[in-house]
Design a protein. Structure first.
Length: 354
């Protein structure tokens, strides 16, 4: 059977579709529970132009730390934004052939996956000779081969939402309120700050490979940056003694480099939303400092894990504790639950020195 002809998107006279994009306008998730709203926001940006913030879309969906963003929540958000979609019957979406047909029609498909053992929404927006172009809220624009796509997607029963690329097929956006101010760490409870993400105690070979690759990328990139210092790079506050933390903004995902001041080598940092650190440097508060540093920025666009290692969860908890204690000492208002959680530490700090 001959393959279906590919649609030349946006090239027909008078076409209402946006022109073809060499890279999909992916949105990276600001935290561990907003992969779904990030996908919706990216598709919205492609079809309509820049739209509501990911946090606002999450509010429309009803995203929460307990359930994240379910298929029902995704449909609720799409409805609120006036975006057309179909939720295919399980009997129709039972193989990659369904995805091939949808993409060949020019549609965009939001895939509900189990990516490296984490529940995760991604967007399939085009095909390649051997796989698919995926806009991943955790990794940016990537290519998945057919075997990987099948494995990750089949684990969630091939669940998906199909969104037409043609803007004329959408009923239209509804007005959204202005983006709310991002809360500071001390204004959130520990559960809100951590997102109640799963803690991975047994790191399998797939996750270990991602960690090793991220660490190698940071180590090899840092020397090139020092030879041609880029615009926008910023030294973060809360750098531990003997360590500099450098923040490099990027369109898709910001990067943080942790640099040993004595040797000048990069020993870890944040890459594609996750923090990594050379094992020899763990236990010195560097992970906690990276969390505090990026959250002190006006826009946190670097750190958005989908799960934690034991050490990563500990760093996140320590960052919350330190931020709350610092805010109380400075007389700033903190979330009431935090006063109860850290009451023993707060009483200890109030005691006069002997």
């Amino acid at each position: 059977m001959l393959a279906k002809p590919r649609i030349a998107r946006g090239k027909e006279p008078g076409a209402s579709m946006p022109p073809s994009h060499p890279r999909f306008p992916v949105r990276l998730q600001p935290d561990g529970i907003t992969c779904g709203p990030s996908c919706i926001g990216a598709v919205h940006d492609l079809i309509f132009g820049k739209g509501p913030s990911t946090q606002e879309i999450a509010r429309l969906c009803g995203t929460n730390p307990e359930t994240g963003t379910t298929d029902v929540a995704m449909k609720k958000g799409l409805d609120a934004l006036g975006m057309a979609y179909t939720h295919p019957d399980p009997g129709l979406r039972s193989s990659l052939a369904f995805l091939d047909e949808a993409l060949d029609r020019g549609d965009i498909v939001l895939l509900r996956t189990l990516t490296y053992e984490s529940k995760h929404w991604v967007t399939a927006w085009d095909r390649t000779p051997d796989g698919y172009r995926i806009a991943c809220p955790g990794a940016g624009n990537v290519i998945w081969d057919r075997a990987k796509t099948e494995r990750f997607w089949a684990a969630r029963d091939y669940d998906c939402l199909v969104v037409p690329r043609d803007r004329e097929r959408h009923p239209g956006r509804r007005a959204s309120p202005a983006e709310p101010r991002r809360r500071a760490i001390h204004e959130m409870t520990l559960e809100q700050f951590t997102g109640r993400l799963p803690i991975v105690t047994d790191v399998g070979p797939g996750l270990q490979r991602l960690v090793d690759d991220a660490l190698e990328h940071l180590r090899t990139t840092w020397p090139r940056l020092t030879r041609a210092w880029p615009d926008g790079i910023t030294r973060l506050a809360h750098s531990p003694e003997g360590i500099d933390l450098w923040y490099l903004p990027r369109q898709v995902s910001a990067t943080v480099f942790a640099v040993d001041l004595q040797g000048g080598a990069c020993i870890g940092g944040i890459h594609r939303g996750n923090s990594v650190l050379d094992p020899a440097w763990r236990g010195r508060g560097i992970g906690t400092a990276m969390v505090r540093g990026v959250y002190d920025l006006p826009r946190q666009a670097a750190l958005f894990p989908t799960s934690y290692s034991v050490a990563g969860h500990g760093a996140r908890c320590a960052a919350h504790r330190d931020a709350v204690l610092e805010a109380v000492r400075a007389g700033r208002k903190v979330h009431p639950d935090n006063l109860d959680r850290y009451a023993p530490l707060l009483r200890h700090n109030d005691e006069p020195a002997p």
